[in-house]
Design a protein around this ligand. Structure first.
Ligand SMILES: Nc1ncnc2c1ncn2[C@@H]1O[C@H](COP(=O)(O)OP(=O)(O)OP(=O)(O)O)[C@@H](O)[C@H]1O
Length: 267
């Protein structure tokens, strides 16, 4: 469904985020990236939708081809949902308004300044229903719990009708029981819709429980790629014992599109 060929990332002159890496991801597969802090999980994840631009290599996407033009990138990003650790919702907007943001890629900038058609609202409401938050549709998101916020984030990504779902430490701020519920819901929906999912996690137990495939990274290289059952405790120990790499600067999360005039079309 998506394939990386010899993709590498270099930050500045001497910081390597990812050594040349070739990987392919199958349709509907639930992939988990594991690795110590600074190993390169976010770098790899963000290469998949080119939020981080690879220094070398190419990305091939089914029905898009090589992502090497602005048009191909636009098409690929439109069908790629992203879930962030800090959900990146607009706090003073309702859950529905936030989920509608997932539809922006399907409209021109001009069109998205005006109330979106009713069909778009149906898609957004359906997504909220799938994450069990339909009754919170008109609630401002700053009144929701951490787990609910993350589920609104999932609904927003789902509203894109994605083929690829990327989640960068989506449960890092949640308690263990809520983390399990959120991941379980995400996996269930992605399986149902045949969405290829790549999630970075720090919780090995959750990775073992939910992953179809685990990709472990250390110092910018893939050191394990396979089934959760065959990932040995010894290898895990090795991976997490590594000294963290240094020189990290935060990659700023791109701002959400300015869409504050989003209004609900009451017909
Ligand atoms: N914008 C940047 N500029 C310079 N170096 C960077 C930048 N972003 C990441 N790095 C470096 O690239 C390497 C991989 O970082 P990355 O964020 O991908 O790791 P990670 O496994 O996601 O870590 P964490 O679990 O802490 O989020 C690290 O050495 C990091 O310091």
């Amino acid at each position: 469904m998506i394939e990386l060929k010899n993709v590498s990332v270099r930050y500045g002159a001497d910081a390597i985020g990812l050594h040349p890496t070739s990987l392919s991801f199958k349709r509907g597969e639930f992939n988990v990236l594991l690795g110590a802090s600074g190993a390169g999980k976010s770098t790899l994840l963000r290469c998949l939708n080119m939020l981080t631009r690879p220094t070398t290599g190419s990305i091939h996407v089914q029905d898009v081809g090589v992502v090497d033009t602005a048009a191909a990138l636009r098409l690929h990003r439109r069908r790629t949902g992203m879930i962030f650790q800090q959900h990146q919702l607009i706090r003073r907007h309702t859950a529905l308004q936030n989920v509608l943001l997932g539809r922006i890629g399907y409209h021109t900038t001009l069109r998205s300044m005006f109330p979106l058609p009713r069909a778009e609202q149906h898609i957004a409401l359906e997504c909220l229903e799938r994450v069990g938050l339909l009754e919170k549709a008109t609630e401002r998101v700053d009144r929701l719990s951490g787990g609910q916020l993350q589920r609104v984030g999932i609904a927003r990504a789902l509203a894109q009708q994605p083929r690829l779902m990327l989640a960068d430490e989506p449960v890092a701020s949640l308690d263990p029981a809520t983390s399990r519920r959120v991941l379980s819901q995400l996996k269930h929906i992605c399986l149902e819709d045949g969405i290829t999912t790549v999630v970075s996690l720090h919780q090995v137990d959750l990775a073992r429980e939910f992953a179809d495939r685990i990709i472990a990274i250390a110092h910018g290289r893939v050191v394990y790629d396979g089934s959760p059952n065959e990932l040995s405790d010894a290898l895990l120990q090795d991976i997490y014992d590594q000294a963290p790499t240094s020189g990290r600067e935060e990659i700023p999360v791109p701002p959400l599109p300015s869409f504050t005039q989003l209004a609900i079309n009451e017909e």
